[in-house]
Design a protein around this ligand. Structure first.
Ligand code: TRP
Length: 456
């Protein structure tokens, strides 16, 4: 069976693809999540495991996922079914696409709640409320926000709507515009913040914290968290990057673009860490203070620097945009599935998927204030509220297992010649990739899982 070239939309150029995929990868995962989980997991050793996961697992699997998407040129469910048929394999591989769509909706439900916090902080900065903040008042301000369910609900709804609105308009009109200016601007502003952090006198201590590996601080859970975050930050394992690959022009090199995306993503995360930890140390804050880290540290800095309200507003606007260019990729697979398989219009499909994620998000909002619970998950991991549960379920389990399935499909199920055609690499490089995707990436994912679950 051959695959018909469909006449659907494509990114206008390779550069646009790189920017869009980077837009998906760079988001709250880099600026909000990476610093706080690094803090919670003891720093350097965690960062090292994370970087190893990015290079040995994330990059090869990203190439595989883009490759599958571009060859299938459809939503993840149909792409998997089609590619399995092309290699005379079971149509049940379509399940991978279904699980991806579900993972996207689950992640979106809490992603948009957190993104709502960043929207609020745009206002706080603009209103000059950062001026004169101390460690105590900054923490109190953040806790105050969490205790306002109606406000959180409003912000969550606003962000959900923003996401649905862009996805409803489709790839070109919706996504391309947002990404071309905003990504470079974010990068520039982060550079300024790192520069400021360097003046606090705690920069060296932060570099030590981030890059000096002390393996005694590394628990089994930290390893699994690092693995999961490598998938989360690169938007891997649930079909988002597969979707983006499906809009990629045929002549663009998958390997090169993957490397660029992974590099930029990692750079942004490390810069976010370098901007925040000096402030943590300078103000005597807790490194392990959790999801509030971004919202407590940076406002203190903006309260002190020259034109801080201006830069603070700009910074949080850019974080909102970074989150926005990521969230659209979370609901894109579900939207594309509905658009390509039902009579629904793209816009209706986008609003429908967003609505489902929004509903679950309402429960997430409540889990930050009135509704709290905690229970053990998968025997070892204790979760603390619905946000934690969804985060762990998706990042730590669904994404790595989805990625594992993608690796197995690309390395063992799909015919070698198809992968070879699609990647279009010199023999030597293809062989390196092929060996990694068949053996190294799957073996590492499995080993890290078994280790963390206490098997050895
Ligand atoms: N990578 C994004 C971030 O770091 C989040 C994200 C967007 C994502 N699309 C995804 C995570 C798909 C997992 C899967 O903020």
């Amino acid at each position: 069976m051959t695959i018909k070239e469909s006449t659907r939309e494509q990114w206008s150029s390779r550069l646009i693809f790189i920017l869009a995929a980077t837009g998906s990868a760079v988001g709250l995962g880099n600026i909000w999540k990476f610093p706080y989980i690094t803090g919670e997991n003891g720093g350097g050793a965690f960062v090292l495991v994370y970087l190893l996961c990015i290079s040995l697992i994330g990059i090869p699997i990203m190439m595989a996922e883009i490759m599958l998407g571009r060859r299938g040129r459809r939503n993840p469910v149909d792409t998997m079914r089609l590619l399995a048929a092309e290699s005379q394999r079971s149509p049940r591989w379509a399940w991978l696409g279904w699980i991806g769509i579900l993972a996207g909706i689950l992640i979106m439900s809490f992603y948009s709640v957190i993104a709502g916090w960043t929207v609020d902080y745009v206002y706080e900065a603009a209103a000059g409320h950062f001026v004169g903040l101390t460690a105590e008042t900054a923490s109190a301000k953040f806790k105050g926000l969490l205790n306002e369910p109606w406000q959180l609900l409003f912000l969550h709804s606003l962000f959900s709507f923003m996401t649905a609105f862009v996805v409803a308009r489709g790839v070109k009109a919706g996504l391309e515009k947002a990404v071309v200016i905003l990504m470079p601007a974010l990068f520039l502003l982060l550079t300024i913040l790192v520069g400021y952090a360097a003046t606090t006198g705690y920069f060296m201590q932060s570099l030590d914290f981030l890059f000096k590996a002390d393996f005694s601080k590394l628990t089994a859970n930290s390893i699994l968290t690092a693995l999961g975050h490598a998938f989360f930050t690169l938007s891997l394992g649930m079909g988002a990057i597969m979707m983006y690959g499906s809009y990629m022009p045929n002549n663009a090199s998958i390997a090169k673009t993957t490397l660029i995306i992974a590099l930029m993503d990692t750079l942004v995360a490390l810069m976010a860490g370098m901007a925040m930890f000096p402030l943590v140390f300078a103000n005597g804050l807790e490194v392990g203070s959790g999801p509030g880290l971004l919202f407590i540290t940076l406002p203190i800095a903006f309260g002190e620097i020259f034109a801080g309200s201006f830069f603070g507003t700009l910074f949080f606007i850019l974080v909102v945009f970074a989150a926005w260019t990521s969230s659209i990729s979370l609901i894109e697979p579900g939207t594309a599935y509905l658009t390509e398989n039902t009579r629904l219009k793209r816009s209706t499909a986008a609003y429908l998927i967003s609505f489902i994620a929004w509903l679950l998000g309402v429960a997430v909002v409540l889990s930050f204030n009135t509704w709290s619970f905690s229970f053990p998950f998968a025997g070892t991991v204790k979760t603390d509220g619905l946000f934690d549960l969804l985060d762990i379920l998706t990042s730590t389990f669904m994404l790595p297992l989805g990625g594992l399935a993608i690796a197995i499909f690309a390395g063992w199920v799909m015919r070698t010649e198809f992968a070879f055609q699609e990647l279009n690499l010199p023999n030597k490089w293809f062989n390196n990739w092929y060996f990694t995707i068949r053996w190294i990436s799957p073996a590492l994912v499995i080993l890290l899982f078994l280790h963390s679950l206490g098997v050895f």
